[in-house]
Design a protein. Sequence first.
Length: 324
Amino acid sequence: MSEIKEPKESKLSKLWTNESTESKSWTSELLKSVNVLNLSNLTPQNFVKCKSMTRDVLANRLCEALKLIDGCQKKIVELKNSYDQLDEASLITFDENIKMVKELQKVKGEAATEVVDLQREVVTLQRDLLAEKDRQLTELRTSVVESVQTTVKEGFKSYSDVLKESCKAPSSKLQTELKTVVKSVVEEEDRSRSFMLFGLKEETEEDISGKVCDVLFQLNLKPKVDVCRIGSGVQSTSKDSANKPRPVKVTVASSAIVKEVLSRAKHLKNCSGFGGVYLSPDRSVEQRAEHRKLVLELKQRLVDQPGKRHFIRGNTVVSTEKND
């Protein structure tokens, strides 16, 4: 007696039921997250109004929908393959075969309907995301335009006030002030591209450019430099003064190179033959006076608080614990 196998329609129903249950569960969860009871009542506004539906959440939902669609499509293919591969001997009667075909057609119809619904939902989500992005860009553009307009108005107002005050002043005084400002700006620009080098041994006939390049080579730098010693070339008869070399002003192509040089200057103390050489920014007279005050304050703190670490940062003397 031949074994009676499970009818084809029963197997196909089980295959589809699992996928349909997963789809319905996902749809129910999505409706619940936006506080909607039925899929027929779902609108794009439900996603826009839902505070928890951020762009990241919408993107995740979109990915889930696409995966679910892909799963449905694969199940349809699997159902079709299962139908084609089932042994004809498993069919008990011709009527059951007809019923199985009808069941398969019904399942395919339901799956196609759900796929279409999910595709529409994906399109709706994409449209909502684009609309939200356009809204945010519009708000940002409006904010930037208003900010620029305000800044321009304030700038014109300030320029107008300065111009009125300038017109009231005597022309000779205005010219003097302008010359002073221009000179100050030029000097500041020149100093921003320069730094000072101290402690470099001075000789009667010397290749000062070569010496400076040797110092910079110790810092792994090879910029193009323009150098000169500062001060008169008259040597003092005093032994202490005679042994003290004049500082060297070094000019490079840009302020960025100066910053890089000064940031590496601390490594010179570890270089053989350059322990007594040190670098500093090219300061104005006023800046040098302020720096001298900071140095005096630093020396006083070293005496008063020898247990701490003291150093100059910016325009302030900073003290910290040595183990920090």
